[in-house]
Design a protein around this ligand. Structure first.
Ligand code: SF4
Ligand code: SF4
Ligand code: SF4
Length: 314
């Protein structure tokens, strides 16, 4: 077989795009309505985490283990590569420990940030193709790469600014904590809770964690801010819960009403959202087919170069 001509290459690409467009149309027609699988109350088997800022020593063992179990390249910037020090969540960081210091009073606290696994997540209702979905049994908010078109509606919809988009990648992904669902069966808990040396972050059923948090409030009167558990009600409730001695907003946790937020984003998952997303769908499938065909082309070139080199030597 000779070198792929440019015409043949573009024919392949064109054919691919045609099929992709047709496929995209099918996907548009067949994708279940966003929100169809929404769970508005935490399922009976809902799991989550309880983070108690008063117990956190800022060791960042959870950050390192999160990167390890999720196969993420550790974010060592701006150090010289000796230790991980991500400043915030990013495409290499699903879990971060931040430090809050009040210069005036000297008050300080660490805070762990990752996806909150909302009971009624607006990222799910905002996703036009159900790439983000809430698992019905445990309530984990998970991401499906085969459905994601990279429209970034989830990023816009999330009140906690959690999902991150791989801008620099050729085939970008949405990156966020998925509660280590890929290792829960094996390890019985996420990486971050398994390595935390002080028990500042623990894993369990949401109901049990909420009861534990309320018991701590009773056991340590006056310690916890407003004697309140953040996530019990905020934005309709979250499966990651917080206790803190400082006001939650100082730790970067937004002040939210008890009302679930998806009502404001459901239109993104409706027909209008899909329509607006169509150019992005076409662009994404074009890139995917172009990349696949270009790879075939390059392999062909390499093979022929090797063959010709051999001929010249004979
Ligand atoms: S915190 Fe954001 S990304 Fe996580 S479930 Fe809630 S809305 Fe979705
Ligand atoms: S549950 Fe897993 S992905 Fe989420 S913060 Fe913990 S280690 Fe990272
Ligand atoms: S491992 Fe535990 S104590 Fe260390 S930073 Fe993470 S939550 Fe805090």
């Amino acid at each position: 077989m000779g070198l792929l001509s440019r015409r043949a290459l573009f024919r392949r690409v064109g054919g691919g795009v045609g099929a992709a467009v047709a496929g995209g149309a099918v996907a548009l027609a067949s994708a279940p309505p966003a929100g169809a699988s929404e769970v508005r109350k935490a399922p009976a088997g809902a799991v989550g985490m309880l983070y108690d800022a008063t117990k956190c020593i800022g060791c960042k063992a959870c950050v390192a283990e999160c990167a390890k179990v999720n196969d993420l390249t550790p974010d060592t910037a701006p150090s010289n590569g000796l230790w991980q020090m991500p400043a915030d969540l990013d495409v290499r960081t699903k879990n971060v420990i931040k430090l809050y210091v009040d210069e005036a009073t000297g008050e300080s606290s660490f805070v762990k940030r990752q996806c909150m696994h909302c009971v009624d997540p607006s990222c799910v209702s905002g996703c036009p193709f159900n790439a983000l979905h809430k698992e019905p049994e445990q309530g984990i908010v998970a991401w499906d790469s085969t459905r994601c078109i990279g429209c970034r509606y989830c990023e816009v919809a999330c009140p906690f600014e959690i999902p991150k988009f791989e801008w620099q990648a050729f085939n970008p992904k949405i990156v966020k904590c998925e509660l280590c669902r890929h290792i829960l069966d094996r390890d019985g808990q996420p990486g971050c809770t398994r390595v935390c040396p002080t028990g500042a972050v623990i894993y369990g059923g949401r109901a049990a964690l909420l009861a534990e948090a309320k018991q701590r409030v009773v056991d340590r009167p006056g310690v916890y801010h407003e004697g309140r558990v953040y996530g019990e009600h905020e934005a309709g409730g979250t499966q990651v819960l917080y206790l803190s001695h400082l006001p939650f907003e100082k730790l970067g946790l937004p002040t939210l009403s008890d009302r679930a937020l998806p009502a404001g984003t459901r239109h993104l998952g409706g027909p209008l959202g899909k329509l607006v997303a169509l150019p992005i769908v076409l662009y994404a499938v074009f890139l995917r087919f172009f990349r696949r065909n270009w790879k075939v082309h390059e392999e062909e070139v390499a093979r022929l170069k090797a063959e010709r080199g051999l001929e010249e030597q004979l």
